[in-house]
Design a protein around this ligand. Structure first.
Ligand code: A3P
Length: 299
């Protein structure tokens, strides 16, 4: 696996994040000091909370429902992942530079916790969409991501234990969510839930439209919801990460067969019920309780 380190916040020693040393050496300072523009659109999440889904949603809404471009250009190019190049030295792209030099308005994805994001986000105040998901489904999805893409050798049980001990990449999840929950009423922040997107996508699309100051007809919204449905995202090669995964597997000397696994995996609420043991489930209840904040996750 990676050479992980615990990065502590300078302002609050109780806050930390688990990231690779490569990030510290090559991205940490640059990201912190990044120039931010008021017309940027940021999607920030703890991994596996519906990042890709909400990226496609907000990109479409911000780009006048440009289906042509969305089916011709990879989401990763339209909406690059800020710190991706800092996650593994095998990634040859400087994703920070890619984001920095994007034509405006820039669409930027990040999984960084609030305290590691650019300082200018809090003064320039561009639009930030934050998406949360219940930690049980998130952890299961993160486990399969590690197992399938990063050659994670441990068992699922090992991973779940590491998750609740805040030892996995981008941990701790609790603090990640709390920090954005606490600023959810800021005008430039929109806080969404994966489970609400599952329950009523059209309602969440309308929230994002309002946030992005865009107006579409009900018919256009209905068509967009089809474009954003699980099956459609799963089969959309510009969004489903097949190309990125193929490249990643090649870079790490492995073969990729989409039959073995797909990034857009199950897309369920409550999928954890078939994946976690009773003890693991209890362990997660304790973990969530420890956060002591009033979010009521849907399971
Ligand atoms: P599962 O692994 O539980 O299936 P991220 O983009 O943050 O990495 O999140 C990936 C998760 O979002 C995966 O969860 C994936 O299946 C789910 N997802 C992506 N698009 C979706 C959609 N249109 N509907 C439901 N789930 C979706």
């Amino acid at each position: 696996m990676h050479d992980f380190v615990k990065i502590s916040s300078k302002d609050d020693p109780n806050k930390f994040c688990i990231l690779p040393q490569h990030f510290v050496d090559n991205y940490l300072e640059r990201v912190k000091n990044m120039e931010v523009f008021d017309d940027d659109i940021w999607v920030v999440t703890f991994p596996k909370c519906g990042t890709t889904w909400s990226q496609e949603m907000s990109w479409m809404i911000g780009n006048n429902l440009d289906y042509k471009k969305s089916t011709e250009v990879l989401l990763d190019e339209r909406f690059p992942f800020l710190e991706a190049g800092g996650l593994a030295d095998k990634i040859p792209m400087d994703t920070f530079e890619i984001c920095e030099n994007m034509p405006r308005p820039r669409y930027i994805k990040s999984h960084l916790p609030l305290f590691l994001l650019p300082d200018q986000l809090w003064t320039v105040k561009p639009k930030i969409i934050y998406v949360a998901r219940n930690p049980k489904d998130t952890a299961v999805s993160w486990y399969y991501h590690h197992h399938n893409l990063h050659g994670y050798q441990g068992t699922k049980a090992d991973f779940m234990e590491a998750f609740v001990k805040d030892l996995v990449l981008y941990s701790p999840m609790n603090q990640h969510v709390i920090d954005f929950w606490n600023i959810r009423y800021e005008q430039n922040v929109l806080f969404l839930f994966f489970e609400e997107m599952k329950r009523n996508l059209s309602q969440e699309v309308k929230k994002v439209m309002k946030f992005m100051e865009k107006d579409y007809t009900q018919e256009e919204i209905d068509i967009l919801c089809v474009h954003l449905s699980f099956d459609s995202i799963k089969n959309n090669k510009m969004v489903n990460k097949e190309v990125d995964i193929k490249n990643w597997m090649q870079m790490t000397g492995r073969e990729y067969n989409p039959e073995d696994f797909t990034f857009i995996r199950k897309g369920k609420v409550g999928g954890y019920k078939k994946e976690l043991t009773e003890e693991e489930n209890d362990m997660f209840d304790e973990y969530i309780k420890k956060a002591e904040f009033e979010i009521e996750y849907q399971f």
